[in-house]
Ligand binder design. Structure first.
Ligand code: NAD
Length: 285
């Protein structure tokens, strides 16, 4: 199945990154979000990402213009009828994703694949909201998308071998290294990563150390490129909380209980880098 047009739902940090790498790999991209204002910010983020590559002489100014010229944006999901592959990267909330997949199923031709960039939610359940569960799959990009090589490819219970092969192949065409995982809460990446981040928040809450010291210990002691609290701020504390809740509910095991301090920060709107405040403070924009 030839893929030239990719539809991306959600123009936040992940959706913008996925759109950017798709443009860089020669695809036409249609990006959807709920408002023109958000989409304008998405375009700015994508162009900023491409400008950085021009500055580093990885692409030319002409390349950048061609890439940016292949980006179209819409607040109307009905425009996805011409998309040949969809990556959904909207906010990590199950009800939202189920409703988006019900709509996409009606709009996008039945033989096309609908993928989700969910960090933790059941691919099998999302697929069941559609009439094409064989053509629904998890395509879990890492943040920041233009820099990270891995894409975790998650097979739902009903995902067909053809859908799996097509998605693995597409990930390679996007310059990524796809690695398969089966459909259990948090898959592999977040099953291992999020309990560590959550534990770091407990260590902060209990006063075991200051945020800077917890991060320094994990950077230098475990050779991680960034500490768990700085990473949580990059991911978004709302996303971290949702992933912990999904694992807690999905496994029914109290070891996944989200740290109360993580909940409190999310309640306060301290979502990390994207809101300018999380465990650290950031300049907005
Ligand atoms: P984000 O908050 O930066 O962006 C989410 C975007 O979805 C927002 O722009 C929001 O307006 C949009 N949105 C909400 N409702 C929508 C709707 N009905 N239609 C279209 N767009 C809608 O979040 P993010 O970090 O980009 O995360 C997006 C997805 O990617 C989530 O499922 C998350 O779990 C997953 N993910 C995140 C990371 C990470 O490190 N942040 C990594 C891998 C996967």
């Amino acid at each position: 199945m030839e893929i030239r047009n990719i539809g991306v739902v959600g123009g936040g940090q992940m959706g913008s990154g996925i759109a950017q790498v798709s443009l860089m790999s020669g695809f036409q991209v249609l990006l959807n979000d709920v408002s023109d204002e958000i989409l304008r910010k998405s375009r700015t983020a994508i162009e900023k990402g491409l400008d950085t590559l021009v500055r580093k002489e990885k692409i030319t100014a002409g390349d950048k213009e061609r890439m940016a010229g292949r980006l179209r944006m819409t607040t109307n999901l009905s425009d996805f009828s011409a998309c040949e592959f969809v990556v959904e990267a909207a906010t990590e909330r199950e009800e939202l994703k189920l409703s988006l997949f019900r709509k996409l199923d009606e709009i996008v031709p039945a033989e096309k694949v609908l993928s989700t960039n969910t960090s933790s939610l059941s691919i099998t359940r999302i697929a069941s909201a559609t009439s094409r569960p064989g053509r629904v799959i998890g395509m879990h990009f890492m943040n920041p998308v233009p820099l990270m090589r891995l894409v975790e490819i998650i097979k739902g219970l009903q995902t067909s071998p053809g859908t799996f092969d097509l998605t693995m192949d597409l990930a390679r065409r996007l310059g990524k290294e796809p690695v398969p995982a089966n459909d259990y809460p948090g898959f592999i990446a977040n099953r291992v990563l999020m309990p560590m981040i959550n534990e770091a928040v407990y260590a902060l809450m209990e006063g075991v150390g200051k945020a800077e010291d917890i991060d320094a210990i994990m950077r230098m002691g475990a050779n991680h490129p960034m500490g768990p609290l700085a990473l949580a701020d990059l991911i978004g504390l709302d996303t971290c909380l949702e992933v912990m809740k999904v694992m807690q509910e999905g496994f029914g095991d109290p070891k996944y209980r989200p740290c109360p301090l993580l909940r409190k920060y999310v309640e306060a709107g301290f979502l990390g880098k994207k809101t300018g405040r999380g465990f650290y403070t950031y300049e907005k924009g």
